[in-house]
Design a protein around this ligand. Structure first.
Ligand code: GLN
Length: 455
């Protein structure tokens, strides 16, 4: 079959499932069919095509796509059509992949359930009453339901790994700086990373290989050689040391999650890994540290939405100050406003030392716990999230309980490390459970190796 046939079949399935899932904000048949046609043309001309050529992909709607709306899940960007393309989608287009649409997310990637989207709620394909996780819930649901083969998400505190766990797919946040953030709408710039979703570890490894690499347009982008990650996909774990993070098996962890993750650890042992208990005593300060640093950075990044430069503007305001105020009051949702208020408060004169500076110091201590751990092990494991997918609406009234779902993923962002979530079982409601594998800086190879051998 031709790439155009495959793209058409993918679009048909996507559209057929969309009324139940609402995983996409924009479906892009024109771009998909044009990209597929380009692949067929290359084949007809006898050219070599790569592994991603003709592969239908979903792109989180906080990645800029030229000429295609990029809303970031926010009403304030409802009409925004970027005049430029992100580096990752440029690379994927060059690799011949076929973008079928832009996936739903929590507004500005702030949330853990995709319920904060300014447009629609996405549904978990395993239970339509449950959330798909977030903020990349649309991408995770779309891959789980085969609306596309792979997808991109972004992860600031867990937004790839937690929805991957909730939807039973593989999701990875790479080392900070491995993937260019050019064209990613900024949430918290020192934490944001773009990463892959796939049904298998191999798919995620192939997709990461295609998007990683130095980019002069992102000043935090690392200058490192990108290996072919698939060469690390080996069947056994001989010589690999795996550390189990003790502190993650405490209070608040669902029994079913603990059991499934322990079972997975037993299997890693059977595959030849040496298992050790590892203590990360400062891990538990990750959540409060994150909720100072991320809103602080967000409050600065979101200052640009003033009704002048992008998207929505309140047209009836009497003067410019009231135009700013009304634009932001009407354009932003409740969670975004909460974060802006938290961030501006933490950064304000007189409080900076007590909150922001303190949080940065704790961030360093958390990183030190990881550094110590990686002196004795290659990869750390823990649950991805303390629970399985929860019912929609069950946490919307209580932001703290929502924030808790990122307890185990956030420290990994604070330390800038690669983390991957891999399906490892189901609870008694048949909802998927994820195990998180964390590697040292730029040791994606070891994370993929452990993930692949287990899978
Ligand atoms: N749920 C976390 C938050 O709301 C993480 C989001 C993310 O990784 N983008 O900030």
């Amino acid at each position: 079959r031709s790439a155009v046939d495959i793209a058409q079949a993918a679009l048909d399935r996507l559209q057929r499932l969309e009324p139940q899932l609402h995983s996409f904000l924009t479906i892009t048949p024109d771009r998909a069919l044009a990209q597929a046609q380009a692949v067929d043309d290359r084949l007809a001309a006898g050219e070599e095509i790569g592994l991603l050529a003709g592969i239908p992909i979903g792109i989180k709607d906080n990645l800029c796509t030229q000429g295609i709306p990029t809303t970031c899940g926010s009403q304030i960007l409802a009409q925004f059509v970027p005049p430029y393309e992100s580096t990752v989608t440029t690379k994927l287009a060059a690799a011949g992949s076929v973008m079928v649409g832009k996936t739903n997310l929590d507004e500005f990637a702030m949330g853990s359930s995709t319920e904060n989207s300014g447009f629609q709620r996405s549904h978990n394909p395993w239970d339509l009453e449950a959330v798909p996780g977030g903020s990349s819930g649309g991408s995770a649901a779309a891959v789980a339901a085969d609306q596309c083969v792979v997808a991109l998400g972004s992860d600031t505190g867990g937004s790839i790994r937690q929805p991957a766990a909730f939807c039973g797919v593989v999701g990875m946040k790479p080392t900070y700086g491995l993937v260019s953030r050019y064209g990613l709408v900024a949430y918290a710039s020192s934490l944001d990373q773009i990463g892959p979703f796939g049904r298998t570890v191999e798919d995620a490894a192939i997709l990461l290989g295609a998007i990683a690499g130095h980019d002069p347009k992102d000043s935090t982008s690392l200058s490192v050689k990108i290996p072919d990650y698939t060469q690390f996909l080996l069947p056994d774990l001989k010589g690999i040391k795996v550390g189990v993070i003790t502190e993650t098996f405490g209070e608040g962890l669902d029994e079913s999650v603990a059991t499934a993750v322990q079972g997975a650890i037993e299997q890693l042992k059977a595959l030849g890994a040496e298992i050790q208990e590892i203590s990360c005593p400062r891990f538990r300060y990750g959540l409060p540290t994150y909720y100072i640093i991320a809103p602080s950075e967000a409050s600065a990044n979101l200052a640009r939405y003033d009704g002048v430069k992008y998207g929505f503007r309140q047209p009836d305001a009497e003067n410019i100050l009231s135009m700013y105020t009304q634009t932001r009051s009407q354009g932003f949702g409740a969670e975004v406003k909460r974060r802006i208020m938290l961030g501006t408060y933490a950064l304000s004169a007189g409080y900076y030392d007590a909150y922001y500076l303190k949080a940065q110091k704790v961030r360093t201590l958390i990183k030190q716990d990881f550094d110590t751990a990686f002196e004795s092990v290659d990869v750390l494991v823990c649950p991805t999230a303390p629970t399985t997918a929860f019912k929609a609406g069950s946490k919307t009234e209580d932001p703290i309980s929502m924030y808790l779902s990122d307890l185990m993923t956030i420290p990994v962002n604070l330390a800038g490390l690669p983390g991957l979530s891999l399906p490892c079982g189901f609870d008694d409601q048949r909802l998927p459970i994820g195990i998180q594998l964390v590697g040292n800086v730029l040791r994606e190879d070891q994370v993929f190796r452990v993930a692949y051998a287990y899978e």
